[in-house]
Design a protein around this ligand. Sequence first.
Ligand code: FA5
Ligand code: MG
Length: 416
Amino acid sequence: AGNVGEEKVAAGGTFQIMGETYRADSWTNVTPKIISNIGKNLHNQQHHPLCLIKQRIINYFYANFTNRSENPIFAVFDNINPVVTTHQNFDSLLIPEDHPSRAKSDTYYVTKDQLLRSQTSAHQEELIIMGFDSFLAVGDVYRRDTIDATHYPVFHQMEGVRLFSESEVFKGVNDPTGLTLFEDTNQIKRTSDKQESHTLDAVKLLEYDLKNTLSSLAHHLFGEDIQYRWVDCYFPFTHPSWELEILYKDEWLEVLGCGIMEQKILLNAGAKNKIGWAFGLGLERLAMKLYQIPDIRLFWSNDSGFLNQFKVEDPETPIAYKPVSIYPQCTSDLSFWIPKDYTENDFYDLVRSVGGDIVEQVTLVDTFLHPKHQKTSHCYRIIYRHMEKTLTQKEVNDVHRQITQAAIDQLKIEPR
Ligand code: FA5
Ligand code: MG
């Protein structure tokens, strides 16, 4: 079940992911379709909405969290291979052996011991072992989830972790005498408020810092009027845990999970004298709200009508996505020798007036200076699309020919 309609990699056969060869075993359930998404790294593609929102969030952390010498304290990782071990994705996060997320029905396995990470939390342990106290880890994650407007089997998460020493936790307290991070006896039980080893004082200060960090981020992204709420929840790797929901199209949309890190994780990673918080947010969910993108599938669009709406130099530029036609684009190039006193805008105006609304975009894709007769040629790419129907090749050819003829007559261009 589950794999309906998906071609599978044959057991015993080999396949490649990011240049690495793997041999399929009885756990393998990655499909060629899913593998084809690996390495696209939409979050690192300049001007992609997921890259813009990533940069906005990083800007917020860089600007608001600095050390004494005013350097950002959060280290950023956005290029970690999504193929991880079951230790990284599950064991290191204290996810029990029988947890449903380990099942083949929920996770894309590469082999029995390797899988496509289902959460960026998979990198918490290794980054803490490397010595980082504050970091953001951004990447593509994979889940055998249903597909609808807000769910997709590949999406992008940002993990945030911040560890604190005792003096850091109680820094803002007037008289910190007697305040400690840890209970001095192991007789204390876990409650809904805290883990057994933590003091309530420390945990409450951390909860305040975590929620404040994330609600300020929400205000930085969406402005002061954003409506949000905190919901109690459960994760095996944090306690207590919360989810942040924001109002999106009149419904509460979950955008992140977070909590106080399980102390055992810090112990295993060699940071036993610190306590920490962690969060994992869904970049698509935030970007949908921020840019008014109605469907998560649009993030995978190569359609220039979609992508061009995000071509801004400054990621803080406000953008409101305008739906493009659902009908396909049709592209035709036109090359000609340009006459004297020619300007590009003359051609753009002419294309608009002859082609009308079915011209979606015109770009100069090539310029060439002929060495002998010193003439310059331009090649323009014209993208045609109708708002209400699929254009036939004949319709496009007719308009393209009219444009060419008008350019010859009015601009005195010389077709090549
Ligand atoms: C997690 O993945 C936890 N690792 C988050 C976490 C990190 C908790 C650190 C505590 C500490 P969850 O499965 O709820 O939790 O996913 C986190 C976010 O990813 C969700 O809030 C949502 O914004 C996004 N998300 C989850 N599933 C999908 C999906 N199928 N498509 C798009 N976004 C999704
Ligand atoms: Mg969740």
